[in-house]
Design a protein around this ligand. Structure first.
Ligand code: SF4
Ligand code: FES
Length: 372
């Protein structure tokens, strides 16, 4: 059989060659970095995903070599395939930047501003997107949607107000478990994820909906409010599991395992294994194996996300590696200098009180009240 010729596509002035059938989004991910559009609903491991959220819009400024006319409207890059000679603009298009800001505004219309108490903070794609494209205020004047609470069983917590209706969890339940009990009910503004007759989702692979959810709508009940993800140390680990691949990421603090997740790649998708299958994990590995002794630790995991979650996580010998750049090295040989002593200049606390040395929490007596 003769090999299929590769198609040439130029995205943000960078040219790549990809096989026929590749979407613009996949081609852009091949280039990587900022050229790859954000994507909240498409998930390459789930059939039928994509085309729902519109965050991946791009401008096609040249359709193909044969038909160079530009496409009149912005297109969803996850659902539009590359043509030979196509030219695409993502970050180089003001139209795209403007449209993306509009999409983010829509996604946030009903989203609660509860990042400070949301367990997804630090690894939420909507949070990242809002920082990059969001506006400071909202033009929405109506009440945000509220929903009747649904209990999804002992492991999974649903916060419907945070859901962006990306359908990833529905496809996961559909394609990974042999009986799907939840889906999207109703239409338009009333649409919601719900279990039919409020059945709990008991399938052994249903925990994977937590990993695919791009926001904090589906979170792990066994981990909620226990710790912030950026305080935890991710490590690759494995165990002999009769049900799944047993290859996971443990999220530890000290020796304590706080959370177990599947291993995710730089696009936030569960990784592929060497045999091409996806490294989905079972509920037993995810929710029941919370002791270090349950696992064979492989080593620290690199977190490729650019959000706060990747700060302070070092590959190599965790705990024994010291930064090679010291202050004087990055400041042209100058050593740090004490510029001011906050206690001598602060007018907030009583000057005779060293806040760092008082036993227990500080009280009103430790501060000047303005009435003295
Ligand atoms: S719950 Fe999460 S994964 Fe499911 S549709 Fe909503 S945002 Fe998507
Ligand atoms: S990622 Fe393309 S529409 Fe959602």
């Amino acid at each position: 059989m003769s090999e299929q010729p590769l198609l040439t596509v130029t995205i943000d002035n960078i040219t790549v060659q990809v096989p026929a059938g590749t979407s613009i989004l996949q081609a852009a991910r091949k280039i990587g970095g900022d050229v790859a559009p954000p994507a909240m609903c498409v998930y390459s491991k789930l059939e039928g995903s994509g085309g729902k959220c519109r965050t991946c819009l791009v401008e096609v400024s040249k359709g193909s070599e044969k038909d160079p006319r530009p496409m009149p409207k912005l297109v969803a890059s996850c659902r539009t395939n590359v043509m030979d000679g196509m030219e695409v603009k993502n970050i180089t298009s003001p139209r795209v930047t403007d449209a993306r800001a509009g999409v983010v505004e829509f996604l946030l219309i009903n989203h609660p501003l509860d990042c400070p108490i949301c367990d997804q903070a630090g690894e939420c794609h909507l949070q990242d997107l809002s920082y990059e494209h969001g506006k400071e205020g909202t033009r929405y004047e109506f009440q945000r949607r509220t929903f009747k609470q649904h209990d999804l069983g002992p492991y999974i917590q649903l916060h419907m107000t945070r859901c962006i209706l990306c359908y990833r969890c529905v496809y996961t339940a559909d394609q990974l478990t042999n009986k799907r009990e939840h889906g999207i009910l109703d239409r338009g503004d009333h649409s919601e994820i719900a279990t039919l007759i409020e059945k709990s989702l008991e399938n052994n692979f249903i925990g994977n909906v937590i990993d695919v959810c791009p926001v904090g709508a589906l979170t792990d009940k066994t981990f909620r409010f226990k710790n912030r993800v950026w305080f935890l140390k991710p490590e690759n680990a494995h165990r002999e599991c009769p049900d799944c691949c047993g290859k996971v990421t443990l999220w530890n603090r000290g020796d304590e395992v706080f959370r177990v997740t599947a291993r995710k790649d730089e696009w936030g998708e569960v990784e592929s294994l060497a045999d091409g299958s996806t490294a989905w994990i079972c509920n037993t590995c995810r929710f029941e194996k919370k002791k270090s002794s349950d696992w064979v630790i492989e080593g620290p995991r690199k977190i490729s996300r650019h959000s706060v979650i990747s700060q302070g996580h070092y590959e190599g010998k965790v705990g024994t590696t010291v930064p090679t750049e010291i202050f004087s090295a990055v400041h042209g040989g100058r050593n740090p200098k004490l510029l001011m002593d906050i206690h001598s200049v602060s007018e907030v606390n009583r000057p005779e009180i060293q806040l760092s040395q008082i036993a227990g929490p500080s009280t009103g007596n430790d501060f000047t009240t303005g009435k003295d």
